[in-house]
Design a protein around this ligand. Structure first.
Ligand SMILES: O=C(O)CCC(=O)C(=O)O
Ligand SMILES: [Fe+2]
Length: 350
């Protein structure tokens, strides 16, 4: 049975944050993540010196030097800024523009693509209501499965702006190219057969696009755009327009800088499992801002449904004993933990 505070969460989640902002409403208690005293003492978050990797140096005749820079980025940070990925900057501008246009439309138009409040993941709205005691995120989002094609749910694909679907189709092709190159390069950087991660992900590996809209918030000191979490994916490819994303490194929150035309690529828990703990899946969050609206597009790359994944053979040996079991559909257990404000990685440990 739903508790009273869960009912309140459901009432709040049936409304859009964007609507509350337009009505001049202040965030109510369920959006508040910390008390004001803690907020006053919170240290400022410096920019994170996240390595920049030139993807053009990784294609075909990969240079060993760039591969080792990639490996080192993923061992230390679990993420990197990918430049020279082959996607024209004009196209990156276009997909960001059409995302902003989607969220600028009337509520009536956007609500044609509404998801259910309590459980449904895909569609327009907020994430399903978390467990009691967990706070809500100051954001609205549109989540769409884009690959494989037969898993798409067309009723959630916006008809307006009219170019939305075509641009997303094109972005899906580009993301597939990026995942192939990055998955192969990660394998090569660890001196493994180049297709080994692609084989673990499987032919039917899924790509989901999450369009995040973070409206302005009058209390950025106590309200977050997205709560701290690691991703349950294999890995995630993020396009951000302005700063706001932070990663936790040595117990300190650091801001991910915006690098012009870069894709920010972040390991999820399943890559940490497949690399037997060599690559890290970083905890991250999104902060809010009083004056600036933030838009990001996160593409989640996740192993095929029902497919078992586990530490790659060449990465388990006497010096490096097996840290993780084989798992299947890990993202489901990840989500159950996420809703309780917990990480799920320990459930995969041996
Ligand atoms: O908005 C962002 O930059 C990150 C979003 C994110 O972490 C997520 O959707 O899982
Ligand atoms: Fe995330």
């Amino acid at each position: 049975m739903a508790s009273s505070s869960n009912t309140l969460a459901e009432v709040l989640l049936s409304r859009r944050v964007q609507e509350m902002v337009v009505n001049g409403e202040q965030p109510v208690s369920l959006y508040i993540c910390r008390d004001e005293k803690d907020a006053q003492n919170a240290p400022i978050s410096p920019l994170a010196p996240i390595p920049i990797i030139d993807l053009s140096l990784l294609s075909s005749s990969s240079t060993e030097e760039e591969l080792q820079r990639l490996k080192s980025a993923l061992c230390c940070w679990g993420c990197f800024q990918a430049i020279n990925h082959g996607i024209p900057s004009s196209f990156l501008d276009e997909i960001q523009q059409v995302t902003r246009e989607f969220f600028r439309q009337s509520m009536e138009e956007k609500k044609k693509y509404s998801k259910g409040v309590v459980e449904e993941m895909e569609g327009y709205g907020g994430d399903p209501s978390p467990e009691q005691g967990q706070f809500l995120d100051w954001q609205d989002r549109l989540l769409l499965t884009v690959y494989p094609y037969d898993l798409r749910v067309p009723k959630f694909w916006p008809q307006n702006p009219q170019s939305f679907s075509e641009i997303l189709e094109n972005y899906t092709c580009k993301m597939r190219m990026v995942t192939k190159l990055v998955s192969k390069s990660m394998a090569k950087s660890l001196h493994l057969e180049e297709n080994c991660f692609l084989e673990q992900f499987g032919e039917g590996a899924t790509l989901q696009a999450r369009f995040n809209h973070y409206p302005c918030c009058q209390r950025p000191d106590i309200v977050l755009g997205l709560k701290p979490h690691s991703d349950g994916t294999g890995y995630t490819i993020i396009l951000q327009d302005i700063e706001g994303l932070q990663i936790l490194q040595n117990q300190q929150w650091l801001t991910v800088p915006t690098v012009p035309n870069a894709l920010f690529i972040l390991m999820g828990d399943q890559m940490e499992i497949m690399t037997n703990g060599i690559f890290k899946s970083p905890v991250h969050r999104v902060i809010t801002d009083k004056e600036k609206v933030r838009t990001s597009i996160a593409v989640f790359y996740t192993p095929e449904k029902n497919k078992e994944i586990g530490p790659q053979d060449g990465l388990v040996n006497e010096e490096r004993p097996r840290l993780f079991k084989h798992v299947r559909d890990y993202e489901i257990i990840h989500w159950e933990h996420y809703q309780r404000g917990m990480r799920a990685l320990h459930t995969a440990q041996v």
